[in-house]
Design a protein around this ligand. Structure first.
Ligand code: ZN
Length: 156
């Protein structure tokens, strides 16, 4: 029993190494595994700023209807959820896949207002967050010159 535990622990350690590096196929189920780093990019930052501006009072925003086309097309809000910066209203209608209602979280508002830094990268595996980078970024690092007053004003 102890041998088996040790064997599995060793296997896991090896597999962690593989998915944390180049990635590979699991020897048991042949599924592809790799930890993917995602960086907070400018489009994501601008999407968040737009959403934060329109949901600063806590209201849900109908993104497909109200958001500018570049935001809808680039579809970066689901990715921003890895950082806990936005949230989507769960739909109770099972015939619909997802609701289009989004809002910035408290963290998302603070980040959009340049009052909070977040990890630059998130590492995901199997649709879950593995870890975050130690390196932090502010919204001004993502969007360069930018007028935060619009977002600030909507929060007062
Ligand atoms: Zn497997």
């Amino acid at each position: 029993m102890e041998d088996k535990k040790k064997f599995l622990a060793d296997l896991r350690a090896i597999w962690r190494g593989i998915i944390g590096d180049e990635g590979g196929h699991c020897p048991c189920c042949d599924r592809w595994g790799k930890i993917y780093p995602r960086s907070l990019n400018e489009t994501m930052a601008r999407s968040l700023v737009w959403l934060a501006h329109h949901s600063a009072n806590g209201d849900w925003v109908d993104v497909p209807k109200r958001a500018p086309r570049w935001l809808v097309r680039s579809n970066q809000l689901p990715t921003l959820r890895w950082w806990g910066l936005v949230e989507r209203l769960d739909t109770e209608d099972t015939t619909k896949k997802h609701s289009g209602l989004w809002r910035a979280t408290k963290r998302g508002l603070l980040f959009a207002q340049n009052r909070l830094q977040v990890p630059k990268k998130v590492y995901t595996y199997n649709a879950e967050v593995e870890r975050f980078s130690d390196e932090l970024i502010a919204i001004e690092d993502c969007v360069g010159s930018f007028d935060y007053s619009a977002v600030m004003e909507s929060n007062t």
